[in-house]
Design a protein around this ligand. Structure first.
Ligand SMILES: [Zn+2]
Length: 253
């Protein structure tokens, strides 16, 4: 078994096979699917069946006016998620990692939006001011959910927009009723969501690139790439992490 592992299994890095250097097929959501996903998300995750899942009618109105005049964005940050990741005993949440991300993308000429909750404004006023010089901000009431807004504005900004959060948003995916749209949602999410790690020692945030290629068996003219596992844990269809091992099979020339 050990020998097999060394000879057959390969790693995929940034969508490139380490054995044959082939680039895996990139994620593909067509225009119609993307449009359906955006519309369905608004209907099912934000408005619901006559119920405002996420918010109040007044807040929803304020949000719609805001995004209709301010979109599109290149990047939307889940402010509370990032701020809580670096909380300390003395601090409810830290705005510093948000500022670091904002500055990084602002340098590249990207339009950034930070979605958060109102109580974040009571943290460091100085850091918030620096964030607001380089990014737009939208804060929901403390009792409202902010994740539906985060995903909605990302979708409304177009298929090329990214978002940053460590939350896998499974509860929101399940609000989409159509099984096909649930799959489209996951494919979209994997290719658009930056996850991140917090380096507590250096007090920095390290972004993890979205997975922009199809995480399933791929066939091309040259052969096959098959995700694989040797341990007892199966690769579940609902997995959000990249299978570590792949098999690279090439056609004989
Ligand atoms: Zn290969």
């Amino acid at each position: 078994m050990k020998k097999l592992q060394n000879t057959i299994y390969v790693k995929i890095f940034m969508g490139i096979c380490k054995s044959c250097s082939q680039l895996l097929q990139t994620t593909n959501i067509n225009k119609e699917e993307f449009k359906q996903l955006s519309q369905s998300f608004m209907q099912n995750a934000i408005i619901g069946k006559n119920i405002l899942y996420a918010s109040s009618p007044q807040e929803l109105k304020r949000y719609m006016i805001f995004i209709n005049s301010m979109k599109p964005y290149n990047l939307v940050i889940d402010g509370l998620n990032v701020a809580y990741a670096m909380r300390t005993k003395t601090e409810a949440g830290s705005l510093k990692p948000i500022l670091d991300i904002v500055e990084e993308f602002h340098k590249k000429g990207q339009r950034v939006l930070v979605i958060g909750r109102i109580h974040m404004l009571w943290w460091s006023k100085k850091t918030m001011k620096l964030i607001q010089e380089k990014a737009d901000t939208f804060f929901t009431k403390n009792i409202s959910e902010d994740d539906p807004f985060l995903l909605h504005v990302t979708l409304m900004s177009g298929p090329q927009t990214y978002f940053i959060s460590r939350d896998l948003m499974r509860n929101l995916k399940y609000k989409l009723i159509d099984p096909h749209l649930k799959n489209v949602f996951k494919t979209w999410q994997l290719s658009r969501q930056y996850l991140y790690k917090i380096n507590k020692h250096k007090k920095t945030v390290e972004l993890i690139e979205p997975i922009s290629f199809e995480m399933k068996t791929q066939k091309s003219e040259e052969g096959w790439h098959i995700p694989f596992t040797c341990d007892t844990k199966l690769i579940l269809p609902d997995s959000y992490s990249l299978p570590e091992k792949w098999i690279c099979l090439k056609n004989k020339k």
